[in-house]
Design a protein around this ligand. Structure first.
Ligand code: COA
Length: 194
């Protein structure tokens, strides 16, 4: 029940392993890919190793989780990541090497992960994106997530003021449920007409 392998038409979604640290480094070192991610670009293989241990190996030791490497079937090498957290927000997130953008890869991976968490009985997922990153909002929409509200956060560790849009997808038929934690936490919040 932790990151069990999924296959789609073009992709294998599986755990990262020790052998993928170079591939992980290539995904996470790019400054443009990093711009909207909540950590800084990796600077070395040592940082990639530490990232793998803290954010993948440690999570794979938990009973349940969804922390996937996105690989093309052709070579089974990670070109991106996609995840759903097990905390209350069930935050859905993803990132892809720039040379693989514009091919529908994250949408294809996202559909498979959404079906898996739905089948496993998660009640909902949420996702947030910077208003300056509409590409990410487009992925959320293609997966059936719907916009709920926006809020302004002094975002860490980059310490910049960001307006986020919060999207949600409920799986248990309770369409009205909205995850309100960010709304309650950040004084500047509002609903945009998109
Ligand atoms: C967000 C991100 C993953 C989106 O990547 P992407 O390749 O645009 O995502 P998709 O998988 O939805 O692909 C959509 C594009 O593929 C095209 N496409 C081609 N074949 C397709 C197919 N079979 N199905 C769907 N789209 C397809 C679409 O027309 C669209 O093209 P466009 O980019 O020219 O508009 C990517 O920009 C990224 O990694 N950004 C940096 C990290 C980041 O911001 N993460 C999210 C933080 S909230």
């Amino acid at each position: 029940m932790n990151t069990s392998t999924l296959k789609t038409e073009r992709l294998i979604l599986r755990k990262f392993t020790e052998r993928d640290i170079e591939a992980l480094y290539q995904i996470l070192r790019d400054k443009e890919v990093n711009r909207f991610l909540p950590w800084y670009p990796l600077q070395s293989m040592e940082e990639a190793e530490a990232f793998y241990q803290e954010r993948y190996a440690a999570k794979y030791a938990e009973p349940r989780g969804y922390q996937y490497a996105i690989c093309l079937k052709s070579d089974d090498r990670p070109i991106g990541y996609i995840k759903v957290d097990m905390q209350e927000h069930h935050d859905f997130g993803y990132g892809l090497r720039r040379e693989f953008w514009h091919r529908g890869i994250v949408t294809e991976a996202g559909k498979a992960v959404v079906e898996q968490v739905r089948a496993d009985g998660l009640p909902y997922i949420t996702a947030t994106h910077d208003v300056q990153n509409p590409r990410s909002g487009a992925v959320m929409q293609k997966l059936g997530m719907t916009y709920r509200y926006s809020y302004i956060e002094q975002w860490q560790p980059k310490d910049i003021r960001v307006t986020f849009r919060m999207y949600q997808l409920n799986f248990d038929g309770n369409e009205q449920r909205v995850y309100k934690k960010y709304w309650n936490q950040y004084a500047e919040h509002f609903v945009e007409v998109l």
